[in-house]
Write a protein that binds this ligand. Structure first.
Ligand SMILES: NC(=O)c1ccc[n+]([C@@H]2O[C@H](COP(=O)([O-])OP(=O)(O)OC[C@H]3O[C@@H](n4cnc5c(N)ncnc54)[C@H](O)[C@@H]3O)[C@@H](O)[C@H]2O)c1
Length: 308
């Protein structure tokens, strides 16, 4: 049993991870400012500190708790917000993260595992599915800040010996996904569908993404704790799915066509995104298990069961 910090542990992926760590018998502590996470998603067995990852309270928490492992998931997650206010994105995703990293070093944490992004780091890649070796020239501040943090982790490993692994997620979906702002398309479409509202499809619907179910992502995070690999690993399915495919699968699961209004394409929107999962299989022994149809079905069951 280990003492484990999950930053962002009240969020979509973090709370799912915390549940699984607790089920494995670990002692879990969550740091989250509840800016997009929810108190109701917190596992009752987790100790909770409601604070900003950039705050001075973080040093006290590390001194008191003495973590073995740190999962760093807390983040500003919206690309558009990062473009509108890059300083704020930097304050959270770089400086806030740095506060976690520096305190991890000072308190002797064994390993830090970081939730990075595939889509925003590779951009409109010419190689699909995109491997980790693809040149990283992000087109957003969100992508730049995630990449910057990856470099900090590498530097901390080589200079101070603090172990780490980076997981670059594809498009994660499933129960508890934040559905405000620029959330995942599956979360928005399903939320609208179960509430009888129309969804808007931007563009021709042939743009593709790589969707991976949240339980599979949590499983990859659990495995990352067990391996010695100081680098980046994609967590995706390797399958390109279009918006039209998503509409079809949601309609099938609903038993009726979902209501969709077709709108103009979003300027600058990425056309294709799909990550190669080969390295994840080799290093982590990880492969996604939940097929899209099944994941959508489970997400609809959840969306119908909650009133949020
Ligand atoms: N969802 C995806 O498709 C996806 C894809 C790639 C990477 N990621 C990364 O995975 C991680 C988790 O994302 P998610 O989808 O669960 O989003 P989320 O918004 O549900 O989770 C983020 C959590 O961090 C908390 N948080 C935000 N700013 C904070 C701060 N300054 N201090 C403390 N807590 C703060 C939020 O309240 C929230 O609970 C993020 O790092 C995100 O960048 C997600």
């Amino acid at each position: 049993m280990s003492k484990i910090l999950v930053t962002g542990g009240a969020g979509f992926i973090g709370s799912t991870l915390a549940d699984k760590l607790i089920a494995e018998g670990h002692n879990v502590v969550v740091i989250d400012d509840l800016s997009s996470g929810k108190r109701g998603y917190l596992n009752p067995a987790a100790k909770f500190y409601q604070t900003d990852i950039a705050s001075s309270e973080v040093a006290e928490i590390f001194k008191t708790e003495r973590f073995d492992f740190v999962y760093h998931l807390a983040a500003q997650i919206e690309v558009i917000k990062s473009m509108a206010d890059p300083k704020r994105d930097n304050a959270i995703n770089v400086l806030g993260g740095f506060n976690i990293l520096e305190n991890a070093r000072l308190s002797g944490v064994k390993k830090i595992i970081f939730a990075s992004t595939g889509g925003a780091i590779y951009g409109d890649a010419s190689k699909i599915p995109t491997p980790e070796s693809y040149p990283a020239y992000p087109l957003s501040f969100y992508g730049i800040h995630k990449l910057t943090y990856e470099k900090y982790l590498n530097c901390y490993y080589r200079v101070y010996g603090l172990d780490y692994t980076v997981l670059r997620f594809a498009n994660v979906y499933g129960p508890r996904q934040f559905k405000g702002g620029e959330a995942g398309v599956i979360a928005i479409f399903i939320d609208n569908a179960v509430k009888g509202r129309e969804s808007v499809q931007n563009g021709d619907g042939r743009q593709t993404r790589d969707f991976v179910y949240v339980d599979d992502v949590a499983a990859s995070l659990l495995k990352a704790k067990e391996v010695a690999y100081q680098g980046e690993i994609n967590i995706g399915s390797g399958i390109e799915t279009s918006l039209l495919d998503i509409r079809r699968d949601i309609s099938k699961a609903l038993g009726a066509p979902m209501a969709v209004k077709e709108g103009p394409a979003k300027p600058g929107e990425q056309r294709r995104s799909c990550l190669s999962p080969k390295l994840a299989k080799k290093i982590l022994g990880w492969e996604p298990e939940v097929k899209l149809e099944e994941g959508i079905r489970r997400t609809i069951v959840w969306a119908r069961s909650v009133n949020n």
